[in-house]
Ligand binder design. Structure first.
Ligand code: SAH
Ligand code: SF4
Length: 358
């Protein structure tokens, strides 16, 4: 049996058969509204709690925690029951508190610039393993209320489709997070985007575009060979049409690869019919991909070029850069320090001009 967060409300009720009805309410409120650990739902009698704790062990064990940006960004590496590791990042902004969750341990998509992609796939996460990340972060954020969840940690959420959709529904219904404040980031699994558009979820979809010509995109993102830009564009159009929700494209600026005048023109052409929003972010260096992110000056030039072309564009801040918060990087550092590889990785990070020394 896994985490208690695998269970629906009815299923939780079934675990308390023989107890008075209000016990179910107490447990449910403790777990969700109060975001308590099972062991800490002290409204329940100790014996009942002890039985449940034994039956439903917590899914996550903290392996390491790092903070940056003066404590407003915190990142955890968790070990799961079988020893697989994942990571979760909590970010405090002026107007919101966002947790970035992993949907898989590792990722099978193999994007060349991504630390998770370089490390490969371990396994799918279960519903409770994703939800526990959110509740862990909610406790860490308290007394400030967690407001947003983004699926931008390790893994491709639409390659763990059923789990992702179940988690989204429960965060909305059980935790009370507004669907608009839930964001799924996808590398572009076209049929899954179309399916998601029919789920009736008023969430935000972010598609990791990074290039708007097939040659470059296929080099960065192998999945582009299966779902090239034209196919992906059709799925994005379906999303916009069926949900009426804003679509955004992520674009990690890579020096000399996708930060050129020409690349900005291609992006503007691709975005125009979809009315999508573009988020620019300089690439974070990773050990396995020896190019740099664009310079801050180049990032501004790209932003200005897109504005002139009529594109809605934001430059995303590089939260957690000093703790390597981008996609899988801290897990790599944790693994490397365990195997003594850390110095090599540090050196290669420096060799490509990065500051991500963990
Ligand atoms: N698999 C999903 C979600 C996880 S990745 C996806 O690819 O969208 C979350 C975001 O981090 C994606 O936009 C991804 O392209 C980006 N990313 C991965 N490696 C990065 C790096 N080294 N620098 C900047 N962004 C990166
Ligand atoms: Fe997977 Fe996303 Fe990384 Fe690509 S960018 S390897 S899809 S986690």
């Amino acid at each position: 049996m896994g985490s208690i967060y695998e269970l629906t409300r009815d299923e939780v009720g079934e675990r308390l058969v023989g107890e008075p009805r209000y016990r179910v309410d107490q447990l449910w409120r403790g777990l969700w509204a109060e975001a308590r650990r099972l062991d800490d739902v002290t409204t329940l009698p100790a014996a009942v709690r002890a039985r449940l704790v034994k039956q439903f062990p917590e899914a996550l064990r903290v392996v390491s925690e790092v903070a940056s940006d003066h404590g407003s960004t915190r990142k955890w590496v968790f070990a799961l029951g079988d020893g697989a590791t994942i990571e979760t990042v909590l970010m405090h902004y002026r107007d919101r508190v966002t947790v970035c969750v992993s949907s898989q341990a590792g990722c099978a998509m193999g994007c060349t610039f991504c630390a998770t992609g370089q490390a490969g796939f371990a396994r799918q996460l279960a519903v409770g393993e994703v939800i526990e990340q959110v509740l862990f972060a909610a406790r860490a954020a308290a007394p400030t209320r967690l407001s947003n969840v983004v699926f931008m940690g390790m893994g491709e959420p639409l390659a763990n489709y059923a789990v992702t959709v179940t988690v989204l529904r429960r965060l909305n219904e059980y935790l009370g997070l507004s669907a608009r404040h839930l964001t799924v980031s996808s590398v572009g699994v076209a049929p899954a985007i179309e399916r998601l558009a029919r789920e009736g979820l008023a969430i935000t979809l972010a598609v990791s575009l990074h290039a708007a010509n097939d040659d470059t995109r296929s080099e960065l993102i192998p999945l582009n060979r299966r779902y090239p830009l034209e196919r992906l564009g059709r799925a994005c159009a379906t999303w916009v049409e069926l949900t009426g929700r804003r679509l955004s494209f992520e674009w990690a600026l890579i020096d000399g690869v996708n930060d050129t005048e020409r690349a900005m023109g291609e992006l503007a052409d691709y975005v125009a019919p979809l009315g999508a929003h573009v988020n620019l972010i300089p690439l974070n260096p990773t050990p396995g991909y020896l190019v740099r992110g664009s310079t801050p000056a180049r990032v501004r030039e790209c932003r200005d070029a897109l504005r002139r072309l009529g594109v809605n564009v934001t430059v995303r801040d590089t939260r957690g850069r000093s703790i390597a918060a981008a996609c899988g990087q801290l897990a790599n550092v944790a693994r490397a320090s365990a195997t003594g590889e850390l110095t090599i990785r540090r050196r290669s990070a420096r060799a490509i001009g990065g500051g991500a020394s963990g």
